[in-house]
Design a protein around this ligand. Structure first.
Ligand SMILES: C[S@@+](CC[C@H](N)C(=O)[O-])C[C@H]1O[C@@H](n2cnc3c(N)ncnc32)[C@H](O)[C@@H]1O
Length: 232
């Protein structure tokens, strides 16, 4: 696959600040990521893909009995992840430089696909979700962690106002969970926050489309109930 010049893509910011990324974000992101992965009890020999793996904050949480592939567009972010792999001798984890919007994998290849703090970063999230669904097996579990626009007006007004600033930093604050769920055959199984005040939502989904919506509440996914109960 041809390499993409770092300056020409949306991960430019992360590429430039790869060395500082963990100093800034690890304390906010790591626990939530690790909990999301560990709570799944990933079985032996499962094929796992993480898109936008970055510096590899997630990597310690993957069980050694799974086969894990991490991709990212930034070679510098990946270099930090590779250091972790080398230091820990994690032979079950492999990294590739790749665009999440154009995955170089066969259809239906992965049992688990993770996308942590990346959906609002890529230029075309619809294309990325489409690719995730393509490479996921029919019974795969997909887990997305992202900031989604709140349906609480005072919160969304605040985060919308921040959007011009965060765009310069490399992510958008205006994407709603319903924007994703309504345009893709995702069967949302669980939506939760790691803490009530968290700006980030954890979404666990399968590949089938569902009737109705999980998003009849405040849009923040502030409940951990299954879809059928929450929609009542
Ligand atoms: C906010 S960081 C999240 C990194 C990691 N998932 C975490 O939670 O710490 C976003 C990551 O997405 C990567 N990225 C941006 N655009 C991408 C694309 N089109 N394909 C793959 N990765 C991309 C960036 O290089 C960066 O590593």
């Amino acid at each position: 696959m041809p390499k993409i010049a770092p300056g020409s893509h949306a991960s430019k910011t992360y590429h430039q600040f790869a060395s500082y990324y963990e100093a800034v974000f690890a304390r906010f992101f790591r626990d939530r990521i690790h909990h999301a992965i560990r709570s799944l009890n990933i079985p032996a020999n499962a094929q796992v893909l993480e898109v936008g793996v970055g510096t590899g904050l997630s990597l310690p949480a993957y069980p050694a009995h799974a086969e894990v592939t991490g991709i990212d567009l930034s070679a510098k972010m990946l270099a930090h992840a590779q250091d972790k792999i080398d230091e820990n001798g994690w032979s079950h984890i492999h990294l590739r430089e790749m665009d999440a919007q154009n995955l170089d994998f066969a259809d239906a290849q992965f049992d688990y696909v993770f996308a942590f703090h990346v959906v609002s970063v890529v230029p075309d999230h619809d294309r990325m979700i489409g690719e995730i669904l393509r490479v996921a097996k029919p019974d795969a579990i997909i887990v997305i962690i992202n900031h989604f626009r709140s349906k609480r007006r005072w919160v969304s007004k605040f985060t919308d106002a921040l959007d011009p600033v965060t765009r310069r930093l490399g992510w958008r604050t205006t994407l709603g969970l319903e924007d994703i769920v309504s345009s893709h055959p995702l069967e949302v199984q669980r939506v939760y926050k790691s803490s009530p005040a968290s700006l980030f939502t954890v979404v666990q989904a399968g590949k089938q489309a569902v009737q109705g919506s999980l998003l009849n509440g405040d849009g923040d996914g502030r409940t951990d109930r299954p879809l059928t109960q929450q929609a009542r």
